[in-house]
Design a protein around this ligand. Structure first.
Ligand code: ACO
Length: 331
């Protein structure tokens, strides 16, 4: 490990809506069963917004908790990056609403869209900002309201998603600290983009455009095909990051994968030959919260005492597009 000071995570925070939708609730909405959902995905329940609620409320709450845990005042934040594909509005951005909500008066703010890989993309950007300007404090938030883009009549997707927000504060580690981002991979492959889409509401098909079927205003997915892409990408990113840093899977203290499907996580765990205790899993409680899944998992891992300063942490994700990403760090 280099002694060079690196960008590291000072603190974490999270917030999810109070409303819980269980698999049994879904049994009353579509033709499905708790048994099918549990077996095929590992999900038992998910939190979703109540009617009238907005995801910025939770992004702000997660940001507040994160700053308070680091003892950093909102006016000390230089930049806010919100990874999301479901902001409250297209304009202003979610990050601007967070900037206002936190009263982070000095901070720049922008949204980053890279689907489920958005948080790791944003973390990599924060790393670059801190490397260029060492005194920077960057608040990185993954926040998602997928329930608002879910077709509640489509049983193949509506059982998967949940809403929530997770936040981390990124700053420069002190000289000699064994903490910080070591390396990252950001990748994309648009050749199969039609396997996972949310077409309606963009500029190709503005809202209420009658050329587009109603279902295309919601997330559409060819699940089995996406599954195959996901396992291939997650394994490739994980192995490449380890190999080019002369590390082996057994060096990992905690793997934090994007929480999309327990079977995808298990596949990756087996390929890396890791024991269960080295893999963070909380999909049973939240479902797939897209860009929020890794920061929520990080926060819970930290609360559960599963992260000690200096631990080797590998985070990997994939998402619609397709995007994929990995970040390797010492906690
Ligand atoms: N309840 C009961 N049966 C169901 C349900 C359901 N909720 N959904 C599908 N089925 C049925 C299908 O109709 C099919 O029936 P058939 O055999 O009679 O045709 C059968 O179950 C098997 O369907 P598959 O789609 O093959 O099931 P699979 O084991 O692949 O699981 C799943 C589906 C969970 C969607 C899986 O493919 C998956 O997790 N894929 C990856 C999804 C993902 O990770 N997406 C991430 C990106 S999300 C984002 O970016 C926002």
């Amino acid at each position: 490990m280099s002694s060079k000071p690196l960008a590291y995570i000072l603190s974490t925070g999270m917030a999810v809506p109070k409303k819980v939708l269980t698999n049994h609730d879904l049994e009353r909405m579509v033709e499905t069963s708790d048994e099918w959902i549990t077996e095929r995905t590992g999900i038992k329940e998910r939190h979703i917004l109540e009617d009238g609620e907005v995801i910025s409320t939770y992004a702000i709450e997660a940001g507040k908790a994160c700053l308070s845990s680091a003892g950093v005042a909102p006016e000390e934040v230089d930049l806010i990056i919100c990874a999301t594909l479901t902001p409250d509005f297209l304009m202003p951005s979610l990050a601007i609403l967070v900037q206002k909500g936190l009263k982070a008066e000095r901070a720049g703010a922008f949204d980053l869209s890279a689907t489920c890989s958005g948080f790791l993309y944003a973390l990599a950007m924060a790393n670059c900002v801190v490397a260029f300007k060492p005194s920077s404090k960057v608040l990185v938030i993954g926040a998602e309201a997928l329930s608002r883009k879910t077709n509640w009549q489509d049983r193949s997707t509506c059982v998967l998603f949940g809403d929530g927000a997770g936040a981390v504060l990124v700053g420069r580690a002190q000289e000699g600290m064994n903490s910080g981002i070591i390396d990252f991979i950001l990748g994309a492959d648009g050749s199969n983009w039609e396997l996972l889409t949310l077409k309606g509401g963009g500029s190709a098909f503005p809202p209420f455009d009658e050329r587009l079927p109603k279902e295309d205003y919601y997330i559409k997915m060819q699940g089995r095909e996406v599954f195959k892409v996901a396992v291939r990408m997650m394994e490739k990113v994980a192995l490449e990051l380890l190999e080019r840093n002369n590390l082996n899977p057994e060096d990992i203290d905690l793997l934090i994968p994007h929480q999309a499907n327990l079977r995808i996580i298990e596949y990756l765990r087996e390929r890396l030959n890791l024991p269960k205790e080295k893999v963070m899993v909380n999909i049973h409680k939240y479902g797939n919260t897209s860009a929020a899944s890794i920061p929520i998992a990080l926060h819970e891992a930290s609360l559960e005492g599963r992260l000690k300063r200096g631990d080797l942490v590998l985070m990997v994700s994939f998402g619609g597009g397709f995007t994929f990403a990995g970040v390797l760090m010492r906690w």
